[in-house]
Design a protein around this ligand. Structure first.
Ligand code: ATP
Ligand code: MG
Length: 576
């Protein structure tokens, strides 16, 4: 297997597993009977935005492990921050996980359901002398923590008595103080080399309404305090997270030890998925949505799961892509053409073929009388004869693709020009005899052609050959549609690499969306329904838009074109 096919270099295991180091660790634990042979993972999104392709990797990894090894995987919302969370996000995340093909069923949890338990543990830490109420403001706290070179200094409130701390903490909960008046901090070690252990914050006061607990709480646990404890409450055995949490591991372990849990979740860090030409960050995606750079979280150019679903990507393709990029101990950037390759591979196998003309040029078949229709049979899928055929009508007025005709063709142009003969896909040969032009602009507005009835079925009985085969649609039978073509949202491989004075948004591709109206599609598409996918021959893969398409006013998204740059690269790599 070449590097290109397997960019992270993880070898598949002989027993067909995905062969990544996380899988190996889990397998070894199960074999050794750790946790009594029990496996529980979780996917823990913060409901502050829509899920993106990076999350697909985490979902596939966590749910995939549980599936392969007879374990379970929880969907847990890390909803500890009332300011940024919305019910809309919770619902979209649930829908996205299901769409990807994973079922959490009853295993749906919210960190906010643990607020009471977390509070009780916080009181225990205070009672044990391991937490205290600090009344400095956040700036003073930050300054007091020092940095890599300087140890921190103790807060003047660090040695409050247990009684005083308990009293203040209870009054914090009761709502006696405004935001920012006090925080609860763990009492660990202000000189620790591990900065996260320099008396980290556990609670802050925030008079805000939470999407689930309403106004019940005005103190909220910090993510670091809630996260490992939530894992422990659920009985998670393997807490799989991305690399940025590696420095927090010591703190998580300290907290778990302090509350006295017996079976500690094992934290395993892996490298985030990054994609070339793509920005994977909820915060930045939100900026694009709110700034009107895209039409919404599900704008088909976005890297959210909602957007790629709307665009026509399949969950099977995304899962295959996630398996292919593998799981690595380092952060890396996957080539977006690998994702596109996975999408094409899956769509090629499953999409029925149809003909659609995106930029129509009218053709009159002069030797076919008006009103006469010849019906041809066209295979639904070239590799699946069992899917049968559909009927396509051939009549005097047709449309072909404007770019399939040239008045003055260069040498390698094998399509139509005056005096040339080509094949119409599934139908017959036609020869162009003349053109009509706009007298003002000189632009070709229509073609005159003749057909050879002897070539019905697509070949000439006298054995003469043609070099070009075009797709086409009968004008009288055509279904009109709007078609939206998409290009990459960013012009450069690494949009976060920004020259001085610029912003990542300078790299947005202003030509990422092309809307074509008046496209002419073969009549079998009249009944196409929202979300249905097709290959338009020679033009790519398309699906019916789920938001804007209506009966009688169809809107198609181009999921992706046919040209596969990844496959070409792999082939070139093999050859050379
Ligand atoms: P973002 O940086 O886009 O805001 P996040 O990490 O803040 O993402 P969370 O909701 O906290 O988003 O993520 C839920 C889970 O998904 C976490 O376990 C996180 O580690 C994982 N995850 C997030 N981004 C990626 C990524 N690019 N690749 C793999 N896993 C990811
Ligand atoms: Mg996060």
């Amino acid at each position: 297997m070449s590097d290109l096919e397997n960019p992270t270099g993880t070898a598949p295991r002989s027993d067909g597993g995905p062969g990544n180091f996380v899988d190996d660790l889990v397998r070894d634990d199960l074999a050794a009977g750790v946790n009594g042979g029990r496996l529980m993972t979780r996917f823990p999104p913060e409901p502050n935005g829509y899920l993106h392709l990076g999350h697909a990797k985490s979902i596939t990894l966590n749910f995939g492990l549980a599936q392969r090894h007879g374990g379970v995987c929880n969907l847990r919302f890390d909803d500890t921050n009332p300011a940024t969370e919305e019910v809309e996000y919770v619902e979209s995340i649930k829908a996205d996980v299901r769409w990807l093909g994973f079922e959490f069923g009853e295993r749906l949890y919210f960190a906010s359901d643990y607020f009471e338990q977390l509070y009780a543990w916080a009181e225990k830490l205070i009672t044990d002398g391991r937490a205290y109420v600090d009344s400095q403001d956040l700036e003073a706290i930050r300054a007091g923590r020092g940095d890599f070179h300087r140890p921190g200094v103790d807060s003047p409130f660090r040695n409050r008595t247990v009684t005083e701390n308990l009293d203040l903490f209870r009054r914090m909960r009761a709502g006696e103080f405004p935001d920012g008046a006090h925080v609860l901090r763990a009492k660990i070690d202000m000189a620790s080399k591990d900065l996260n252990l320099r008396d980290p914050l556990m609670y802050r006061i925030r008079h805000a309404t939470h999407h689930r607990t309403g106004d019940k709480w005005c103190i909220y646990p910090m993510y670091d305090w809630a996260h490992g404890e939530s894992d422990a409450i659920e009985g998670v055995t393997h807490s799989i997270c991305t690399l940025e949490f590696i420095n927090h591991r010591g703190l998580y372990e300290w907290f778990l030890e302090a509350i006295g849990v017996e079976q500690k979740p094992k934290q395993i860090e892996f490298g985030k998925l990054n994609l070339s030409y793509t920005v994977l960050s909820k915060r930045r995606m939100k900026e694009l949505v709110e700034g009107g750079y895209v039409s919404g979280w599900d704008d088909p150019r976005m890297p959210t799961l909602a957007a790629v679903r709307r665009r026509g990507f399949t969950p099977e393709a995304l899962r295959a892509f996630c398996e292919r990029v593998g799981v690595s101990k380092r952060d890396g950037v996957a080539d977006v053409t690998l994702l596109e390759h996975a999408v094409r591979e899956d769509l090629n196998a499953r999409s029925p073929r149809v003909m659609g003309v995106l930029r129509p040029l009218k053709v009159t078949i002069e030797n076919l009388p008006e009103g006469e229709v010849v019906w041809f049979d066209a295979a639904v899928h070239p590799e699946h004869p069992e899917l049968g055929t559909r009927k396509v009508p051939f009549a005097r007025e047709l449309f072909i693709e404007r770019e399939d005709f040239m008045e003055d063709p260069p040498k390698k142009f094998f399509r139509l020009s005056v005096g040339r003969e080509v094949r119409l896909r599934y139908a017959c040969f036609i020869t162009c005899t003349g053109v009509e032009k706009d007298p003002a602009t000189g632009e070709v507005t229509a073609l005159r052609c003749t057909w050879d009835p002897a070539t019905k079925g697509g070949d000439a009985p006298d054995g003469r050959k043609v070099k070009g085969t075009l797709h086409w649609v009968s004008a009288a039978h055509a279904v009109e549609a709007e078609v939206r073509l998409y290009d990459r949202l960013f012009k450069v491989e690494d949009p976060m690499e920004v020259p001085d004075g610029g912003t990542w948004k300078d790299h947005l591709n202003t030509e990422s969306l092309t809307v074509l109206t008046g496209c002419k599609l073969e009549p079998s598409l009249a009944s196409a329904t929202a979300g249905e996918r097709f290959q338009f021959e020679r033009m790519g893969y398309f699906c019916v838009d789920t938001r804007d398409s209506k009966q009688g006013a169809l809107v198609f998204n181009r999921t992706i074109g046919l040209a596969d740059s990844w496959a070409r690269m792999v082939a070139a790599n093999k050859a050379g």
